[in-house]
Ligand binder design. Structure first.
Ligand SMILES: NC(=O)c1ccc[n+]([C@@H]2O[C@H](COP(=O)([O-])OP(=O)(O)OC[C@H]3O[C@@H](n4cnc5c(N)ncnc54)[C@H](OP(=O)(O)O)[C@@H]3O)[C@@H](O)[C@H]2O)c1
Length: 323
């Protein structure tokens, strides 16, 4: 079996690159068949991937619950002890009594669908009015219960992270991060490094932009396709961002790698606590992305890339606020 280098998210060991499973259910148009999705996840596992990301809300058009967790559960059931599964819950107020009871009832649904009796990393998907200290306390109890190994937050700023960390230490923060979405570099990633928290970038290929395969003529799908509103992917911003894509393409050619791999290798070189979770519905591209773990940049190459990037304007910005 293929082996990928490992990294740690606090004390949880994962492959250096993980796999985002969302697009098998939501977000990038037409979904593949369940069989294809399961095979794609198993191929990734056979290729050394031990870190799989899902969420309770990943279902077609975000209607219903658990489509994606069911697929991930079926794919990984018989190798469960060899992999790290991360899933997320969405809180809408206090629900059934206490924050702990509410979170636990969401978790029990996820455990059933994932065919497991524990989740490795359980994230709060978005802040939603419940004080983060209460969530942190409940997550601490779930760790004591043996139902989760660690917990995390998604799309949060450093103040929220610090308040949570002081109650129950975090395993990971999952924020948007890529060569064109770099807000987390200012305070959040340094805070995570200082406090032994893993940082898990979502949309690390900027929803496909950094693969070099998207042009201003690319038609996205009409139904359930986030690329219709990703700020860097409006027609004019795709055109504006071409110098970044061209820079990546020429760098990739020299390194005998692909632009997507270089964009992932860049963040892996930059920070030791970063573990990206690129997403793809395509078996071959999933393997291509995992292989970025083997694209080593020298310090000189990294500096060249970083300086080139810093010299180019990014068109479109999502950041941590809003959706
Ligand atoms: N916490 C959150 O709020 C949050 C939000 C969004 C996503 N996520 C998680 O993060 C994961 C990744 O994010 P993402 O899927 O939004 O963004 P992404 O990984 O940056 O990009 C996915 C898009 O890029 C394309 N792509 C991927 N690799 C490629 C390659 N090597 N060559 C060409 N095209 C490539 C995919 O197309 P193909 O499918 O055609 O390959 C897809 O359209 C998700 O699966 C999900 O688990 C979390």
């Amino acid at each position: 079996m293929f082996v990928l280098e490992k990294r740690k998210l606090r004390d949880i060991e994962v492959s250096k690159v993980g796999m985002g499973c969302m697009a098998f259910s939501h977000g990038y148009g037409q979904i593949p068949s369940e069989n294809y999705s399961i095979e794609a996840i198993r191929n990734a596992y056979d290729h050394g991937c031990t870190f799989f990301d899902t969420a309770e809300v990943y279902s077609p058009n975000l209607s219903g619950i658990g489509h994606n967790e069911l697929i991930v559960g079926k794919a990984l059931e018989d190798v469960r002890e060899n992999v790290v599964i991360a899933t997320k819950l969405m809180l809408h107020g206090f629900g059934i009594g206490s924050v702990y009871k509410t979170i636990r009832s969401h978790l029990e649904g996820s455990l059933n669908r994932l065919r497991t009796d524990y989740v490795d990393i359980y994230y709060l998907h978005r802040m939603s009015g419940v004080p983060v200290e209460k969530v942190a306390e409940a997550m601490g109890k779930l760790i004591d219960d043996g139902l989760i190994r660690g917990w995390g937050l998604s799309q949060v700023d450093v103040d929220v992270i610090d308040r949570a960390q002081n109650v129950t230490p975090l395993a990971a923060i999952q924020n948007i991060y890529s060569m064109v979405e770099r807000d987390s570099e200012r305070e959040i990633i340094p805070y995570c490094m200082e406090n032994n928290i893993g940082f898990v970038p979502f949309s690390p290929i900027a929803s496909g932009l950094l693969s070099g395969k998207i042009t201003p003529q690319t038609q996205f799908e009409r139904n359930d396709d986030v690329r219709n509103w990703v700020p860097q992917l409006s027609r004019s911003n795709i055109a504006g961002n071409q110098p970044i894509v061209e820079m990546l393409k020429s760098f990739a050619e020299k390194k005998k790698a692909t632009p997507a791999q270089i964009s992932l290798a860049w963040m892996l070189h930059k920070y030791p606590n970063v573990v990206p979770i690129p997403g793809s519905k395509n078996k071959e591209r999933i393997i291509e992305n995992l292989d970025s773990a083997n694209v080593e940049l020298t310090d000189t190459e990294f500096t060249e890339l970083e300086e080139a990037l810093n010299g180019l304007k990014v068109y479109g910005h999502r950041g941590l606020g809003g959706f």
